[in-house]
Write a protein that binds this ligand. Sequence first.
Ligand code: GRF
Length: 213
Amino acid sequence: MKRIVVLISGSGSNLQAIIDACSAGFIEGRIQAVISNKADAFGLERAKRAGIATDVIDHKSFANRESFDDELLKKVQAHEPDLIIMAGFMRILTPNFITPLLGKMINIHPSLLPKYTGLNTHQRAIDAGEDEAGATVHFVTEELDGGPPVLQTVVPILEGDDASALAARVLQQEHTIFPLVAKWFCEGRLNLDNGRAILDGEILPSTGLIHSN
Ligand code: GRF
């Protein structure tokens, strides 16, 4: 059983998908703790209901990003995790946190990376006249939303879509691809090597694999 720590800031629907996948034995892992930078994140309730330890580290009580990251690193490392999952964790992290944990962190970003890093991804995709949006699970590196992709899900943009309708359909698919990548990692099939994502010994394409339903 791999040891997992999940970082959240909000609703935690992706966290729920990971909790369920661990309970079902789909992921050979156990969530040791859920840590949020926001005390009112609903994901904390989800963790408590599942009997998982929770912690809150309020970024507003730190003088700068580095000191927050140092505290976060200390709390995360106390759980001796094999895998750190960022499931809607809305803080930009510095090398203070990332460098010691490189290769052990995955994130989900709601766009088809490398397109639309940052915020408001769905609105930006609609405004640009794209006919497809989606989400990407990627390794976290020092570059914001720039770590190598592992798996993408593609969701068509429909006539008359607004950002929230599109986001809801993408989120549904996130709940499939994120547990799947966590499963691969916990089975020892996935690793980060020299800035490249490797699955079953093969270097993944620069967009990651495309998940088909
Ligand atoms: C998701 O859209 C994810 O892609 C983004 O933040 C959102 C988190 O949603 N990084 P939830 O908290 O998992 O429901």
